[in-house]
Design a protein around this ligand. Structure first.
Ligand SMILES: Nc1nc2c(c(=O)[nH]1)N[C@H]1C(S)=C(S)[C@@H](COP(=O)(O)OP(=O)(O)OC[C@H]3O[C@@H](n4cnc5c(=O)[nH]c(N)nc54)[C@H](O)[C@@H]3O)O[C@H]1N2
Ligand SMILES: Nc1nc2c(c(=O)[nH]1)N[C@H]1C(S)=C(S)[C@@H](COP(=O)(O)OP(=O)(O)OC[C@H]3O[C@@H](n4cnc5c(=O)[nH]c(N)nc54)[C@H](O)[C@@H]3O)O[C@H]1N2
Ligand SMILES: [Mo]
Length: 759
């Protein structure tokens, strides 16, 4: 491992060098150069990376460094074949790293796990489908099966999947969104009546101020830097709230801006950078409101017309703001009053403000309350439903928002169930199904016996890794529809199948010809995606074809002709158009370059809430975070740990071992700690520690070992490390209020020297 402070800006030559490195690693250089040129183009495919949007403009390059990694990773020429599985038993594979497993290449034929020999071996597609059918049909109750979805599935795949699962009889839809932006959906639905962001990309061109909370776009949404760069260049103020000083938010050199590249220039992105304590954002936003309330007494700044006409709960909210003391705000946020007043000043002077956020806000105990506090702030000056203003949860997986729109939802809206009933003449299950946390519990307790995953890496992405692995292993059948080998596949149930599928970049040939699929980005724009790679995929199938194969085998003679639906995905879209609002004339509108906008009722100031108004919702500041922020004793100090992504990973997919902007190279088992805390524990950078979670009084069994300390600019008392290595520390029962999202951004931990000498 080397640690070397990174002095440059984000992007620039480093991004180009890294793109080239991953291009070479894909062993498919020439073809992948062509692939990259097709990324995010109208006649190409949607980038399998993040869910940031694209302006409809003619540009040759519409990808970023990390999008290029995602494309190269998927469109590799490497294949993992039967001989590999004949050589290595699962008990050996399970000891290998996440990097090793995926590095083997694309899964290339269906496989079945043979528990006796402990090896995977090839199986015919039809046999695999029959086996799934036998297991599902043998269940006493359809609710004994769990159907997981990861957010890369296309709209067509997701729609077909939810239709099959409901036709089978359950709403058990754990999905990656449960671990991701669930809190945003829950919070916004209650306050503004729609669980999505209200802005479009165009709004960023009109905002006077952009407040960025708890996200690291330099790594996770690099194309957002381009948007922020344009905003900064035309004079918009960008304010960042982040526990860490992330280089991507400080300054950026656009690799596509020739003059910046040649002159070594860059754009300063953030005007004011605030580093709150982990979980301290709700208090910070409350502080901004408090400062605004004070200003409003001197010169009215609130939009009283908007408040009167469009909102409810203003008085109660102001009362709760007045009641919250500055002491509380300062203690919880870790910011001083002057800093918060400065932010309030920018807010009050800006006609149009956008608030954006991601996992630094959504993966806490009080995430729903925090997001509602952010919406309260926006309502004070009428920032919803106005050009250049609004709320913007920046979504993760490239189609995670679309999957929810298509009905991957364990709490389905009645309207969706009614529409399905009318369209397909069956009664969908009406109850609430399992989310991710509940599905793990159900499997661990033996209540659920079959686990099927449409993508993702359940074993590694979810909390309480040891418990989750036991839960999966105790299933009678686990099925993974996947592109690459991962931790979940080497954690098989008593019987297990791996079904290799086509990815975004692959040509998807069906009876009616090459098929396109569709996706929805963070801005509710729906557009088409068609693969361009056409080699060595003979024994892979598309996700819709696999789902149709399973449905056909499970449901037998069924009024829905599953096999016919996948001869031409236009037939699936025909049903989507008739059952999902906003998709009227879907097949026609798909031809529009850049796609079409689904619309957003809150952006139109139509409030689909219980009261028909936008709601101020007043929560007390959370006590939960204070529990871990008590003054530290020298003995057994409790720290708060956040788990983050490095620059070289996509969730559980590890592309490499460098985190360039944070200056860490060649190692992932690192623990970022402040110099002050290093002093407190009497250790030095480079030394090894074990990390134990301490959710309860005597609860120290959740432990990960031998992490290298890295001295870092991070608030004292807070720590950071990468996931999934730290997921064993997250207790299954520690999840967000109302959201059920595992708390992976504020884990209480204690440290000990790896030699097991207690600190
Ligand atoms: N290349 C790449 N792209 C990705 C992904 C990937 O893994 N790799 N993952 C995709 C997915 S699924 C998602 S959800 C997104 C994730 O995108 P991000 O949310 O950017 O991902 P994280 O790495 O979890 O980063 C969390 C950020 O919030 C900050 N933070 C943590 N806790 C707090 C807090 O309490 N307060 C404040 N103010 N800040 C805090 C951290 O310092 C960090 O900068 O990215 C998507 N895009
Ligand atoms: N501690 C901690 N835990 C976290 C988070 C965190 O910040 N901290 N973040 C959470 C978040 S935001 C999310 S979204 C989840 C992510 O959870 P998941 O979505 O379950 O995980 P991924 O790592 O994105 O899944 C990677 C796997 O997906 C498969 N795959 C890739 N492309 C395709 C495709 O096109 N089709 C199919 N069928 N399979 C494909 C490959 O086999 C690959 O191994 O993790 C969550 N877990
Ligand atoms: Mo995510």
């Amino acid at each position: 491992m080397t640690v070397k402070k990174y002095h440059g800006s984000a992007g620039g030559w480093g991004a180009l060098a890294s793109t080239t490195k991953h291009l070479v690693k894909s062993e498919n250089v020439i073809r992948n150069i062509r692939n990259l040129l097709m990324t995010n183009q109208h006649d190409g495919f949607d980038c399998p990376g993040c869910a940031w949007g694209e302006l409809e403009e003619k540009r040759r390059f519409k990808f970023c460094e990390n999008g290029a990694k995602a494309v190269n990773w998927e469109a590799t020429a490497r294949r993992v074949r039967a001989d590999f599985f004949a050589t290595y038993p699962v008990s050996w594979l399970t000891k290998q790293s996440d990097y090793f497993l995926e590095e083997q290449g694309r899964l290339s034929e269906p496989l079945i796990y043979d528990a006796q020999s402990d090896h995977y071996r090839p199986i015919e597609w039809d046999q695999a489908f029959s086996l799934i059918a036998a297991h599902l049909q043998a269940l006493e109750d359809p609710n004994q099966a769990e159907f997981y979805t990861s957010g890369r599935a296309s709209n067509e795949a997701a729609y077909l999947y939810q239709l099959f699962v409901r036709r089978f009889g359950t709403n058990n839809f754990p999905d990656c969104s449960n671990m991701c932006h669930e809190a945003s959906g829950v919070a916004l639905k209650q306050t503004i009546g729609v669980g999505k962001g209200t802005v479009t990309l165009d709004d960023f061109e009109h905002a006077d101020a952009i407040f960025v909370f708890g996200q690291n776009p330099g790594t996770n949404h690099p194309r957002m830097l381009d948007t922020l760069r344009s905003a900064a260049k035309r004079g918009a103020k960008i304010l960042t709230f982040n526990n860490l000083k992330e280089r991507g938010l400080e300054r950026f050199t656009n690799p596509q801006a020739i003059n910046e590249m040649l002159t070594g220039g860059c754009t300063e992105l953030t005007h004011h950078y605030f580093t709150p304590k982990l979980g301290g954002d709700m208090a910070a936003v409350r502080g901004i409101s408090k400062a605004l309330v004070a200003m409003n007494k001197v010169t009215p700044i609130f939009d009283t017309e908007f408040i009167e006409q469009h909102t409810q709960g203003f008085d109660q909210y102001i009362e709760s703001v007045e009641k919250t003391s500055w002491e509380e705000i300062i203690e919880q946020s870790g910011l001083c009053q002057k800093e918060i007043e400065l932010a309030a000043n920018v807010f009050s002077k800006s006609q149009r403000v956008i608030l954006t956020w991601a996992m630094g806000i959504t993966q806490h105990h009080h995430s729903v309350a925090t997001i509602q506090e952010m919406t309260n702030l926006q309502l004070l000056t009428g920032q919803i439903g106005k050009k250049g203003a609004g709320v913007c949860p920046v979504r993760g997986h490239s189609n995670v928002q679309g999957d929810r729109t298509m009905g991957i939802d364990e709490k389905p809206p009645q309207k969706l169930l009614d529409a399905l009933e009318k369209e397909f003449s069956f009664k969908p299950p009406q109850g609430i199904g399992h989310n991710t946390v509940q599905s793990i519990k159900a499997m661990a307790e033996g209540d659920s016996k079959v686990f099927i995953a449409l993508g993702g890496n359940f074993a590694a992405a979810t909390p309480d890794t040891e418990l989750t692995k036991k839960a999966l292993s105790s299933c009678d059948l686990t099925v993974n529809i996947a592109t690459k080998l991962n931790r979940t596949h080497v954690t098989p149930g008593k019987t297990s199948l791996i079904l290799p599928c086509l990815g975004r970049t692959d040509v998807d040939m069906q009876k009616a010809g090459a098929q396109k699929v569709t996706v929805e980005d963070s801005f509710s724009m729906v557009h088409a995606s068609g693969g361009v790679v056409n080699s060595d995929t003979a024994n892979m199938r598309s996700e819709p074809a696999i789902i149709a194969g399973i449905a056909h085998a499970v449901l037998g003679k069924d009024p829905i002709d599953w096999q016919d639906l996948v001869t031409d995905y236009g037939k699936i879209r025909h049903h989507i158009a008739r059952t999902i609002p906003g998709f009227e004339n879907f097949n026609e509108r798909l031809k529009e370059p850049g796609g079409f906008y689904l619309g957003n009722s809150a952006a139109e100031r139509q409030w689909q809430t219980m009261t028909g108004k936008a709601q101020f919702i007043a929560h007390p500041l959370p006590e939960s975070i204070l529990k871990w922020q008590k003054p530290k004793q020298a003995k057994d100090p409790v720290f708060v740990l956040q788990t983050i992504r490095s620059h070289d990973q996509y969730n559980t997919t590890v592309y490499g071992f460098d985190d360039r902007y944070r200056g860490v190279f060649g190692e992932r088992k690192v623990l970022f700690i402040s110099p002050e805390d290093l002093n407190l524990i009497g250790m030095k950078s480079g030394e090894l520690v074990n990390i134990s979670a301490c959710w309860g009084e005597n609860e120290k069994q959740r432990k990960v070992t031998e992490f290298k300390l890295v001295s870092y600019d991070i608030p004292a008392g807070n720590l950071a490390a990468y996931f999934p290595e730290t997921n064993p520390l997250v207790a299954l029962d520690s999840y967000g209020e109302q959201s059920f999202t595992p708390i992976s951004k504020s884990i209480p931990v204690i440290l000990e020297k790896a030699s097991s000498l207690k600190i």
